[in-house]
Design a protein around this ligand. Structure first.
Ligand code: PBG
Length: 341
């Protein structure tokens, strides 16, 4: 080895030649090497719709989220379209007197969701409309399926889900989102849509939907919380302990004809999201659910977390973990934050 200084080596470990910090030195280089970018096209905005009363009714456990009447929804949709949000996901608030054991309100053409979709398609045709396929807002006991003798019936429930899907498609819904977790429903809904001239209607399957405790504020928003009481959904939603099982769910939904997959909840399930995306290479979405939103808002209200920074960080983490988009109650605020830079 020559002893000329230009060939001398620095003692290993003391003066690193490879310095990761070089690529973090300035804003321009950080932006340049960023692997992911957040844009408004990444967000799907879940919105709660109600019939009559005040234009906006706050949901106490979801600060900043309101149940909207149809006219207020149209304004919100115009704002979302202006911001570049590609799609809304509509959820109904159903008053107690409309809930029945057979959830028949869910397929009535003129229910609140049907009215909302028709009005939206006329007034704001440039924004996509998705809506949930599940019985929980419409059923007296708050479960996602028909119940008999303490059991949630799978195949009988699917017949109702089909009627609900057809009603949504008839109203002009672009994407139906079965969130019920009954076995075999994606294929049956696909067949029914196709047989009725709705080949163009897309299915975003809630593929890996866990029996999570983070849905509480949502259940308050749609008015199913008190109906459900102390019951849970563990005989059809997934056990939070299971990851491999999510891949079996995903495989079934792909085989049955789903156009897009979803993992729900979001942040505690990023490993599942990653595995789904890696395995199926499908358009894959994450749902940052109500409890996740509520946690952040509560911490921010106490001054314990910086709301704006944490909103954008959590959304970026979904992208890193493989999401093609995120359902988030923060969609509008995130667009506004992105626009501010
Ligand atoms: C209905 C449905 C739920 C959510 C979306 N669709 C609740 C549940 O399964 O009990 C939760 C969304 C959220 O918490 O933001 N099946």
């Amino acid at each position: 080895m020559s002893d000329s200084p230009k060939h001398s080596r620095q003692p290993f470990g003391q003066y690193p030649r490879i310095r990761m910090r070089r690529n973090r030195s300035d804003d321009w280089v950080r932006r340049m090497v960023a692997e992911k970018v957040l844009t408004p096209a990444d967000f799907i905005w879940p919105v709660f719709v109600k019939e009559g009363g005040a234009a906006k009714e706050p949901v106490p456990s979801l600060p900043g989220v309101n149940r909207l009447t149809v006219p207020a929804l149209l304004k919100a949709a115009e704002q979302a379209a202006r911001l570049g949000i590609p799609m809304l996901s509509l959820f109904p608030f159903v008053p107690k007197e409309k809930k029945t054991e057979d959830a028949r309100e869910c397929w009535r053409a003129d229910n609140v969701i049907g009215k909302a979709i028709r009005a939206l398609k006329k007034a704001v045709p440039e924004i996509g409309i998705m809506s949930d396929v599940a019985l929980d807002p419409y059923i007296s006991h708050g479960q996602d399926g028909l119940e008999r003798g303490g059991r949630i019936l799978n195949d009988e429930t699917i017949e109702v889900l089909i009627r609900q899907s057809l009603a949504l498609a008839e109203a002009g819904c672009d994407v139906v989102g079965p969130s019920d977790m009954m076995d075999g429903r994606i294929g049956r809904i696909r067949d029914a849509l196709d047989a009725n001239g709705f080949q163009h209607v897309k299915i975003m399957a809630y593929s890996a939907k866990y029996a999570s405790n983070f849905y509480g504020p949502f259940r308050e928003a749609v008015g199913s919380k008190s109906a459900l009481g102390r019951a849970d959904k563990r005989t059809y939603q997934m056990n939070p302990a299971n990851g491999d099982e999510a891949l079996r769910e995903g495989a079934l939904d792909v085989a049955e004809g789903a156009d897009m997959l979803m993992v729900k909840p979001g942040l505690p399930y990023l490993d599942v999201l990653w595995r789904m995306k890696e395995t199926f290479k499908m358009p894959t979405f994450a749902y940052q659910v109500s409890g996740e939103y509520a946690m952040l808002k509560a911490a921010a209200a106490n001054g314990w977390l910086d709301n704006d920074k944490c909103v954008l960080e959590t959304l970026m983490c979904f992208k890193r973990a493989g999401a093609d988009g995120i359902l988030t109650y923060s969609a509008v605020e995130a667009c506004e934050l992105l626009a501010k830079g």
